[in-house]
Write a protein that binds this ligand. Sequence first.
Ligand code: ZN
Length: 201
Amino acid sequence: MPAAVAGPEIERLIQLLARLPGLGPRSARRAALHLIKKRELLMAPLASALQVAMDKIVICGVCGNIDTQNPCTVCTDVKRDPSIIVAVADVADLWALERAHAVSARYHVLGGTLSPLDGVRPQDLAIDSLVSRAHDDAVKEVILALNGTVDGQTTAHYITDLLHNANVKVTRLAHGVPVGGELDYLDEGTLSAAMKQRTLF
Ligand code: ZN
């Protein structure tokens, strides 16, 4: 381990930043230095934004989205089509689809995908609540917007079987989602096209 070049408070800041996705130890060091140089302009507002977010963040009781209100902004948006539920593995996927303006619907965050290898079982995911939402008369379609990975597709098949008795059309994303691909890494155009050309499961 290299010798510390700063006091423990700054080293701690660097260590915490290094845990963020996409930041290694070197870029964490750069980010910390940048924050310190921009103490008034960036560090103070960031610290207070983190504190406010920390105090106010809740998980939506309907869809599982992260927000500062429950039900969330998406669930309470009356301009959205209430007949469509888009099931996603993760909040990052919900946000990616929203960034792409792919669809104006409601969502359901499963909290992951089934994975026998990692020990993720159906009861570990928000599958029961999705099935019960799908039985609402207002819901006509469930779009399974899951990763093109084996786990993603296994999950899609599992849910499709469970929705057999619900009066809904079950669709999945079409072209553009590469085999093994993760939604969050797709560009917005590809994601939007995949949503528009969704196919019946
Ligand atoms: Zn919600």
